[in-house]
Design a protein. Sequence first.
Lengths: 286, 494, 152
Amino acid sequence: MTHAGVGGGTDITARMMMVQAPAEFGQEFTVVNRTAGSGAQALQYLASKPADGHTIILVTQTHLLTQLRNANLPQFGDLIPVARATADPQLVLVRRDSPFRTAADLIEAGKTRSLRFGGTHVGGVDHVTIFAFGRAAGLQRPTLVPFRGGGEIVINLVGGNIDTAVVNPGEAEAQLRAGELRPLMSLADTRIAAFGELPTAKELGINATGYTLRGFCVLKGTPEDRVARLEQGLIRAMSGPIYKTYLENTGQAPDSVAGREAWGAQLAGFNNDGREALTALGLLRG
Amino acid sequence: MEAFLGGLAILVDPYVMLMVLLGTVLGIFVGALPGISGSTTIALMLPMTIAMGPVPAICFLGAIYCAANFGGSITAIMVNAPGDPSASATALEGFKMAEKGQAGLALGMSAISSAIGGIVSVVVLIFAAPLLARAAYSFGPPEYFALALFGLSMCAAVGGDSALKNLIAAALGLLIATVGMDLTTGVERYAFGVMELSDGIGFVPVLIGLFAVGEMLDQATRRLGKPAIIALDAARVPGWAEMRKCWRSIWLGSGIGTFIGALPALGATTAALIGYNETRRWSKHKHEFGHGSIEGVAGPEAANNAAVGGSMVPTLALGIPGSATTAIILAGLIVQGVRPGPHLFNEQPTLLYAVFASMLAANIFYLVMGLTMAKFFARISLIPPAFLWPSVFALSLIGAYGPNQSMGDVWVMMVAGFVGLLFRRAGFSPAPLIMGLVLGGMVEETLKQSLIIFGDDLTGFLARPIAMTLIVVTLAGLLWPVLARLVRMRRAAA
Amino acid sequence: MIRRFGTNQAAALCVALVAAAAFAATYGFDPVPEGLPGLGAVEFPRLICLVMAGMAVLLFLQESAPHDPEVAPPIRGDAIAIFAACLLAVPLMAVIGMLGTIAVFLVVVGRLWGEVRWPMLLAVSLSMTAIIWLVFVKIFRLTLPTGMVFGG
């Protein structure tokens, strides 16, 4: 089950996984799209099903933020992470003729005025990442200019309506190749293979990371052997050539697929960041 | 040139042509069904195309996209239930024509103008894609705000009894557009804690409710009245006289559609609505609008199919999709290992021209199919109403539920259906409401984005030449009738 | 001024009511988080509500067209029965699923609409449901709502 509409990046991730999953598990898979409420409906649907591992939810950071903002939903603690499907690192980009030549230029400018960052909606995943980045770098609180999606952010970045943005490499691929956008740093844990020259924020002394995460979870109470079986099966299904090619062609890190330990730790980390950011931004009720 | 010929060569490859043909048939079919749009179909077909190889896969998906846009007009004309959202403008005049017994004319004109619009936009795409793509970068929030104002400025003139009623309907549409999470503040508006409402009220269920369910409920009240006009002339298809009459509308729609489609934030539905407005504005037969004007079918149909070619411009040249459908086609390209972007035109021109050639072929296929089948589809109006309307309702249920799998959307459709009934009885038209709903969110959002970018300073608009030009044109359009009357009075007095 | 309370006046009252309710509801919105630049969440809806209310007044003052049975035929009992069938169809889906509901709806409303031949009604209903099942469920793999009693 996924919270995304048919055909979005998240939906396609689920469908690509499913190409090989039935062979692994010896049974049919169907995708159920529950789109309403930024993942809220998907979580409710999950909670309405028995905790037997037959209903798997494709979780993104959006779910965590939705949970934080709505106490009536199944909370982070009610989910058992099973396996990570994608972990797409984000880059800090500026346009070609931007006055910021280096990461240091950007940070300097950001200390004297509020920078205009492009991102998705207020209180969304990008907002949390930008907030955490700004705080770690000691910037004045950045101004978020919200847009509907990655494509619009990229266009407005090239068009000069915003100073900078935090974007997945795949979304800005064409503009990066054409040299219309320049990366200043990456928000990955380690250097990204495709951008070997590019320093990470951590190397520059800014303790912030930014990933687009997608992965599978089941409801708490699912028997341990089921979870282990699912973890193995899903990882094997996602190690097949079709899923590998999908990751490669969409410019996502080939080491995206990971077991529940790494996936769970990463989710927990973002859950904390998200809670802090939403509280500081005044978006968390009660 | 070599690459161009290489691209055209696929037109004689029987395997690729078979895929284009299959895609066209599938596209017309799903386009005509409410509830399954072109974008859903392409998403469902995507995993199947992986094994095909890049050229046939992309030709197949492109053909579905082209044909689905045309298919939507069939149900829009026959039962007032737009099978694809982009056909909502077509329903305005098309269904009125079908009621007058001119279903064949409307369907035929839809096929012809769709094909011309589609072909024009593909030709523009071939020659001007890299240039047009640059335009996308100069369109930021202020420019979109001005464009949305331009679209809304015609609301008063479209539809019902009086300008006042049209404006009220448009305001209602604007109000509905504010439901859900506000993009720039993160505040939920009019959601009342209902989860289904926090993402906003979907465009599709409102559309299906207002048009199809509203029509069915209205028919139920006049069931025993005088029998519906028998479709005497239902099977007649357009001839040269109609073509001459619609020529201007078709060119106008094609131009508007190509341009609007090329702007990444706007899609075929907006293109069709603005195409309808402009067709009406420049028509010599304004009095026919609202009573089944054939030009009112030709304009929006040319525009929504031209938008298909147009929306491939940013998708292929910038790697930025202009609509939900192109987003999925983009995913399809990427899965095949084709990386869209400006370099595509230098590095893989043969593939690119193959895509163009297949889109041209798809347009010609559905033109032929549309014209030969128009007579057959027109017979739908001869189905006894006791079977036709309940079936329309059944399809509406699926149509509202399908895209988001949400019962909330079904309820929205029911409410919209009864609102549609009241609208009809009180002399309001659903058209301006739909325009308000489509453009309203954009007006508010882009205004707020602009203000954030300008640092809360409205004078920032003065520094944006494109936005200012559009605003001036909008004002001129609104003031023109008033000025013209003043001038005439002055002359009469002199 | 106005001589008759007609459709324009009724419509104007409805519009004014919607505008007033929507305006009042803006006071129930969550507060906008502090420090966000730009326009807040309530200004735009309130502006629309005010404009709507103003237009409702203008509409109220406009003379209604004389009642025209062509535009608004009288609603008789049979039409109300069809309206009720439409409304009942949605809760019915929770019981017998969407496909079951469609099959029942086609027979019931077909009958209400004036078709008296039962075999014909059943045949159309069954074949239509079968086609919908084939196309939407089998070919396009759409998951339609299932009911408690009857799956679909």
